[in-house]
Structure formats: C-alpha cells, structure tokens
Design a protein around this ligand. Structure first.
Ligand code: TA6
Length: 309
C-alpha cells in the first residue's frame, strides 16, 4: 500500500479568463473545482495505475467535505483527520495568452490536539504502508521539522519515504534523510544558496544529496527530462516531445510513478522510467494530477535512461 500524506489539501479552482487586469472586475468564462494539493494529485495517479493507495492528512469545513466526496467519486481511498478550520482553496487563473496565475491560500490553523490526532493516525497507517509519500506545503501551526519527524518514524519502521516539498520544510526534511526527494532548480538554489544552471551543476547537486544520505535524488528539468542519482550512479532521463496541454501536476505525477515503481520493487532505471512516463502523460492532459494508463504504457519505451557516472 502507498500511503500518501497531503497535510494541506485544497479545493483547486481553475478559472478561464480572456485576460487578467489588476484593479478591474473580471468575469470567468468557466470555473472547474477539483480536489487538489500535491498529495491528492499523487494519490490520483497511483490509484489510476492500479496500486493500492490511501490518502491522509487533515480536512475541515465544507471544503473538506467537498474533497472527501470527490475522492470517493475518483475511487481514491482516504482516511483523514478532521480539523475545526476550513480546508483551503487554491486558485489557478488561466488567460487566453496561455499564462497561468496561481493564488494559494495558507490553509487552516491546526491545533495541538489536531496535530497529535494526525500523529496517532500516521502511526496506525504506517504499519500497513509499503511506501510513504508526503507532498506539498503544510497548514498553519505546523513546525518546519514535522516532515522530518514523519520521515524518522517511517525509517524506524523500515519504510521508504518520498518527500516533495520546498523551503524550510525541505531543508528540515532532508536532515532526516528521506529515501527520495525531487527538488527543482529554484528549490535547490534556495536551499544551497548557489545557482544551478548547467547539467554539470545539476549533477553536482544530485551528488551532494546522495552524500547527505538521500537514496534516490531527482532534479526535474521540465521538458528536458531529469537528472537522477542513486546507488552512487548518475542518470540522465530524457522524455519524448509531446503536445503539452497543462504541465501543472506533472511533478506530482512523476512522484506517483516513482512510488508505484518502488512499491512494485522495480529496478532504479524502471522506477525512473515509470516516473518520467507519468510526468509526461500528465502534461498531455488539461486536468492537473491526471494520467491515462494507456498513455503511460505507450510512453514507457520512449523514455531513455542513460547512466552518466
Ligand atoms: O499548483 C498546483 C498544485 O498542485 C495545486 O494542487 C495547488 O493546490 C498547489 O499545487 C498546492 O501547492 P502546495 O505547495 O501549497 O501544497
């Protein structure tokens, strides 16, 4: 079972507008409400791939009820802890010029009792998990080393933990040595305080993550693929050119493919292949955090894994 932690779930509201002008009254041509948060995107893709999945975190208010209902519609198993606060909404505003502007709410304030209730839930669910994924930001009131605590508990139980977050949460999470991380160049620059531009610089950063005790480190290069490191080796993962409809959620889909590959005990190369195929398949869809299983399977042989070192 893949346990997917989404501590700061969201009702994702996608608006289509002709244009977006500050200070003006704008009318949306359409609005689409979906369960969101990076972790729920991961859980949607692992479920589509047919892997036993359970999503957890906090949900509260009418937004939390909406998400719980939609997860049932999507066939995603969930076991969440209730919070008194309202689960957030995140806006994605798409304009005719192809730009996407996002406004992400901070999420509810979680009390000490609600935090403890999740820790108890996590300990209970961890026993049934083969692989643990935690993605995205955290609501208000959560310490920056909270992922680090979850990672240490998972490792003490012999479970591999995949962490996809940013900022202080990533810094404090890395200190607990999760099995997998997938920072992008901006997140690395913020973490390390140095620029990351050339492939050589990306490889250097991957090597430093391996030296930090990370088992599998991946740096996404978007349409250019990704650079990965594991077991003392460095890999270049390249993907085919596709008709990109919406890249949002592709990183989450990549993480989902890696989680499924690990749960199936595939080789590192095949884990990376499945991750890249899922990330690419997501970009071919309008919906974020969604893939078509058949498209993933068609893409697998088109993903190239090259061992560089
Ligand atoms: O923007 C894409 C997305 O995956 C949306 O689901 C939105 O909820 C946001 O990311 C959440 O990001 P965060 O880092 O706050 O968890």
């Amino acid at each position: 079972m893949i346990l997917v932690i989404n501590l700061n779930a969201s009702v994702d509201k996608r608006y289509q507008l002709e244009e977006l002008t500050k200070g003006e009254v704008m009318r949306a041509a359409s609005v689409d409400n979906t369960p969101g948060g990076k972790g729920l995107h991961v859980a949607n893709v692992t479920t589509i791939l047919g892997e036993d999945t359970l999503a957890t975190g906090w949900l509260g208010g009418k937004s939390g009820e909406f998400i719980a209902e939609r997860l049932t519609d999507y066939g995603i198993n969930g076991d969440f802890v209730s919070v008194a606060g309202e689960t957030r909404s995140c806006l994605a505003i798409l304009t005719a010029d192809g730009a996407q502007t996002e406004i992400l709410e901070p999420g509810p304030l979680v009390s000490a009792a609600e935090l403890q209730a999740f820790q108890q839930k996590y300990t209970e669910l961890l026993e049934r998990a083969d692989v643990v994924v935690a993605s995205g930001s955290v609501p208000q009131g959560i310490p920056t080393d909270f992922y680090g605590m979850l990672i240490r508990e998972a490792k003490a139980s012999g479970k591999r933990f995949l962490l996809d977050t940013s900022g202080d949460l990533l810094r404090d999470g890395i200190a607990a040595q999760p099995y997998f991380i997938k920072p992008n160049k901006d997140e690395i620059q913020a973490l390390r305080g140095r620029s990351v531009n050339t492939e050589e610089e990306v490889i250097r950063e991957v090597e430093t993550f391996l030296a930090d005790g990370i088992g599998l480190a991946v740096v996404s290069l978007g349409a250019q693929g990704s650079i990965a490191g594991a077991g003392g080796h460095i890999y270049r993962v390249t993907v085919p050119v596709i008709d990109c409809r919406n890249p949002v959620g592709s990183g989450d889909a990549y993480v989902a493919g890696v989680a499924v590959g690990l749960a199936r005990n595939l080789s590192i190369e095949e884990v990376l292949r499945l991750g890249a195929a899922c990330g690419t398949a997501n970009a071919m869809e309008e919906e974020s955090g969604f893939v078509r299983r058949g498209v993933v399977e068609e893409l697998l042989p088109q993903i190239h894994i090259e061992m560089l070192l």
